[in-house]
Design a protein around this ligand. Sequence first.
Ligand code: ATP
Length: 150
Amino acid sequence: KEKTLAMIKPDGVDGNYVDVIKKTILDSGFSITQEVELQLNEDTVKSFYAEHASKSFFSNLVQYMTRVTHPESFLTSGPVLIMVLEKENAIADWRALIGPTDANRAKETHPRSVRALCGLDSQRNCVHGSDSPQSAAKEIMFFFEKSSSG
Ligand code: ATP
């Protein structure tokens, strides 16, 4: 079976979408084989999203992944939930289940997708999924198989 890395981003955790997203995952035939809730810091996000370092949205992305905006624009730290999902064709199937990057587009073209359910726009899209076997292996290593010596 194939493994992929799924993440419920700070907006998804803060918005209380964890239970419904996990139910969607399990109902779609994945098993959740590993799971950790983590408060990401800026260095971790910069390293995880290193491929986007030159993008105009990178600094916003780093902020978004480390905190949540409460009513009245009050910013606090906010954790993410990171999971390893396992099933045949897990990588492509999880990407299909979450829908397009832009949650506004997801609402139009993939109304039953996870991002249509809990995302807001092209940044606040509430979930992540590895996009290839290479990134799945790298991302699972990044969060779950780092050696304790460093
Ligand atoms: P992810 O890698 O999180 O699964 P993705 O592969 O659908 O998302 P990427 O293009 O890899 O999308 O972008 C990584 C993340 O950066 C997006 O999930 C989103 O949070 C943010 N992002 C992408 N495009 C934009 C944009 N145009 N404006 C603001 N934020 C963006």
